[in-house]
Design a protein around this ligand. Structure first.
Ligand code: UDX
Length: 449
């Protein structure tokens, strides 16, 4: 039964799919706990209001011409932070003058760091949301403390381990590395996102049991309460329909016709771009593996092409019914489908959590930032995936076969089943995520309004 709490929370998401989705999921969770939820979003990539009738929406002018669906530039992120300031300040100020206003706090994506400045001036408490793993933030903080220890490095060091950042190597340093150096602006940007100002707590889409020691270390650093209440998409009463792109549900019917655990699902998330050479190597790797596959090729995700024009001539006819290519899939449903037996992924944190929750083992092909850290944890620590380091058709083919058909692959599958069971336990009454959610609700309710 829903509790009538009357208090409201304002959520400020970052307008990219991998950030918007968990923020809206958090909104669902908090709404089901009796809070009124206001979503203050940028004008671009606004959520579809009709999918979330339970929320109040407020649009902020981000001052941008457009938001590209590729890795956002630091300039774009800074502009967004700068341009939304006045708008949020005016909105908040007007709200605070309203009679009976019971605003408990503002919850903001760590990338939208302007929120804390604005809210602090108006004495509204802020809570930061981390949409990535604790392991990623921990590695960033360690590196920011001594960047000169890691950069620049030599080519010969690429595969050398970094014991204090185990299991990362120089190759996996989660920054924008150019010629083995880190540009000063990237360091500055990370400093800005790690500076949580006067925020009073942090919410995580992760599980305490999974990242306990890292969360503790981060908590010592930040000295504030942490609420790991993941997996968000399973903790709310309903999962939000939050796709910026149109989902092609026809692939579910195709999956219905496939044998259990036989299909490799291939998707590189909402931002990653590949070149035509990688497209072709992946295409042949998939075809030669002889496993059924469902492949998401996002329009605009192949550099220099509108869509998938660079696929080998007659490719789709050649693979026939064994392969299916779509522009965007209902990913959570796909991963939950009994036919899906593996996930070739860029290791975005949402995809990682969604895959573990459906006990689907992974082939890890990370691109940048947290994906590099997630890929190492998945392959080296949790051992629920194999990492692909050379994008070459024979390597891809062999890795697919290893995952889907070998004894090694079966062991990986067993471990992901164990991980899933631990997550289920965390969500049960007395499980850590369940308990942390209760604590979060009490914490927000007790904030001075
Ligand atoms: C980005 C970063 O790349 C990621 O590393 C970070 O953790 C969050 O922001 P993105 O690259 O899009 O996100 O990856 P991911 O975090 O995996 O989020 C993608 C979301 O899109 C997932 O929730 C996934 O279910 C959804 N998706 C993806 C679909 O619904 N359909 C698809 O076809 C592909």
């Amino acid at each position: 039964m829903e509790v009538e709490r009357k208090q409201s929370v304002i959520l400020v998401p970052c307008p990219y799919q991998g950030h918007l989705t968990p923020m809206l999921q958090l909104g669902n969770i908090l709404h089901s706990q009796g809070f009124s939820v206001i979503v203050a979003h940028t004008r671009h990539n606004a959520p579809n209001y009709t999918n979330h009738p339970q929320f109040v929406f407020h649009s902020m002018d981000d001052g941008l011409q457009r938001i590209d669906m590729s890795f956002p530039s630091v300039e774009t992120l800074y502009s967004m932070n700068e341009n939304c300031k006045v708008h949020l300040r005016n909105y908040l100020a007007a709200m605070m003058e309203e009679e009976g206003n019971e605003l408990a706090c503002i919850i903001y994506d760590s990338v939208m760091f302007f929120v804390d400045d604005v809210a602090t001036q108006l004495r509204v408490p802020t809570v930061v949301l981390y949409t990535f793993s604790a392991a990623f933030l921990h590695s960033i903080i360690m590196i920011l403390q001594q960047p000169e220890k890691y950069f620049p490095f030599e080519d010969s060091q690429l595969m050398d381990p970094l014991p204090e950042l185990h299991p990362l190597r120089y190759k996996d340093l989660p920054f924008y590395v150019v010629n083995n150096k880190i540009p000063e602006w990237d360091l500055e940007f990370h400093r800005a996102t790690c500076d949580i100002g006067s925020s009073v707590a942090a919410i995580w889409n992760t599980m305490q049991d999974l990242e306990d020691s890292t969360l503790l270390r981060l908590q010592e650093h930040y000295k504030m309460p942490f609420f790991p209440i993941g997996p968000f998409h399973k903790m709310g009463p309903l999962d939000s329909l939050s796709s910026i792109f149109e989902e092609d549900n026809s692939c579910l019917e195709w999956l219905d016709k496939q044998a259990p655990n036989s299909v490799l699902y291939v998707s590189l998330g909402s931002l990653a771009m590949i070149n035509d050479k990688e497209l072709i190597e992946t295409a042949w790797g998939l075809a030669n593996s002889e496993q059924p596959f469902l492949w998401v090729i996002r329009p605009g995700s192949i550099s220099g092409f509108q869509y998938a024009e660079a696929l080998p001539d007659g490719y789709e006819e050649m693979v026939g019914e064994r392969g299916r290519i779509v522009k965007w899939a209902p990913q959570k449903q796909v991963l939950a489908h009994p036919a899906v037996g593996g996930f070739y992924t860029h290791c975005g944190w949402n995809s990682t959590v969604e895959s573990i929750c459906e006990q689907v083992p992974m082939i890890c092909r990370p691109f940048i930032a947290d994906q590099l850290v997630n890929a190492r944890y998945l392959s080296q620590i949790y051992k629920v995936g194999f990492e692909i380091e050379v994008i070459e058709r024979t390597v891809i083919e062999k890795t697919i076969r290893k995952l889907m058909l070998s004894e090694e692959g079966e062991n990986v599958k067993k471990r992901v089943v164990d991980m899933k069971q631990n997550i289920v336990a965390a969500m049960e009454i007395d499980g850590t995520s369940h308990k942390n959610l209760k604590d979060l609700v009490d914490f927000i309710s007790a904030l001075p309004s």
